[in-house]
Design a protein around this ligand. Structure first.
Ligand code: UD1
Length: 334
């Protein structure tokens, strides 16, 4: 059976992907520096799947440790999640982000090259589309990328995509699948793994959960004067288990060259609709206050998901309500 190395495999998306891969019969090893996750996630993966993946606590910036993992591993593919992802922090500490995300990826690619591993699935983001206005249509994978990205975090995703394209040009046997995520939310239905960021979160769902846990008095809703039906921004929220399954679909379609897929639902939900969905799932009201717009926010972001469906057979099946239910289960387990 194919052995897959998951970098960032104790993180939010990585851990759910590890579970889906193990359940599908893949052998999985995890590499993570635990910068934004906990080693106990390995125990949770074992509880869910009955399999304990080999865990390497290694930083991608430590090139000799990374190479050692590859020399001992005989991996058929790598799924690369490891990276820093706090947008505001990336504006304050650009060097940290470029070194960690781009430098770490270069070390990973060099170790793959040295040990003959020629297949990578990369965790990218819809942020690479920058500020293209989409009107009533979703982003499609052939739209231009890189322009109007507002922060170093987003630019690291764009740069890594470009590096992977160059590698595929230089080496016709190399296969890179780039997955552009929209907004992952939710948790595993067991409630054993979910989104548990260290420090102060900046994405909507972790903040909703902070308010639900009464660790914050209210949610700030950034802007209610956008040109959307209720005035708040619209995003494409995809359940984390659906997103994880998107990686399984991507793995089973390994052809040389670059392939790029959006992973989203193709549907938009506003911030106020998210608040209402939380209230419905929890039976509790969620205090919020309308605040000025957040710099860099686009009014409407959602995916055109037709390419992932036609080429990978992938379609998200879970709803925002499912995600709220599963997040609450994870929250109550904490
Ligand atoms: C953000 C980043 C994006 C990154 C993604 C994943 C910005 C401008 N964009 O996307 O680059 O790829 O996270 O990490 O930072 N909201 C509130 N109140 C809050 C938090 C969020 O109203 O306290 C709203 C936002 O205005 C937005 C929606 O909720 O409309 C989702 O926000 P968020 O979870 O931060 O995701 P994105 O903005 O889509």
């Amino acid at each position: 059976m194919d052995k897959i190395l998951i970098t960032g495999g104790t993180g939010y998306i990585g851990s759910h992907t590890a579970v889906e891969l193990i359940n599908a019969g893949y052998e999985v090893e995890i590499l993570d520096n635990l910068a934004n996750s906990k080693a106990s996630v390995i125990d949770r993966i074992f509880e869910i799947t009955g399999v304990r993946p080999v865990f390497h606590q290694v930083d991608l910036l430590d090139s000799s440790a990374v190479l050692k993992v590859f020399k001992e591993g005989s991996f058929s593919s790598v799924i690369h999640f490891a990276g820093l992802k706090a947008v505001a922090e990336s504006v304050e500490k650009p060097l940290l982000y470029y070194e960690n995300n781009v430098g770490g990826t270069l070390n990973l690619l060099k170790a793959m090259y040295e040990t003959g591993v020629s297949r990578i699935v990369f965790s990218s983001s819809a942020t690479v589309y920058g500020d293209i206005p989409i009107g009533g249509h979703g982003f499609t994978e052939d739209m231009p990328t890189g322009r109007g990205i507002t922060n170093p975090y987003g630019r690291t995703k764009y740069m890594i995509e470009e590096i992977l394209k160059d590698i595929c040009i230089s080496d016709p046997t190399f296969s890179a699948t780039i997955l552009r995520y929209f907004n992952p939310i939710g948790a595993h239905p067991s409630g054993l793994i979910g989104e548990d960021p260290n420090g102060i979160p900046n994405n909507l769902m972790p903040l909703v959960m902070r308010v639900a846990r009464k660790e914050m008095p209210e949610l700030s809703v950034f802007g209610n004067d956008y040109e959307t039906p209720d005035g708040t921004c619209i995003r494409d929220y995809i359940h984390i288990v659906d997103l994880a399954k998107g990686h399984l679909a991507a793995l089973s379609h390994a052809e040389p060259g670059v392939a790029i897929y959006n992973l989203g639902t193709g549907r938009g939900t506003s911030v106020l609709e998210m608040v209402a969905a939380f209230e419905k799932a929890s039976g509790e009201s969620l205090p919020y206050r309308t605040m000025p717009r957040r710099a860099g926010d686009l009014p409407i972001v959602f995916a055109d998901v037709s390419k992932a469906f036609s080429e990978l057979g992938f379609k998200a099946t879970l709803s925002v309500d499912d995600a709220m239910r599963d997040t609450l289960k994870f929250l109550r387990n904490q």
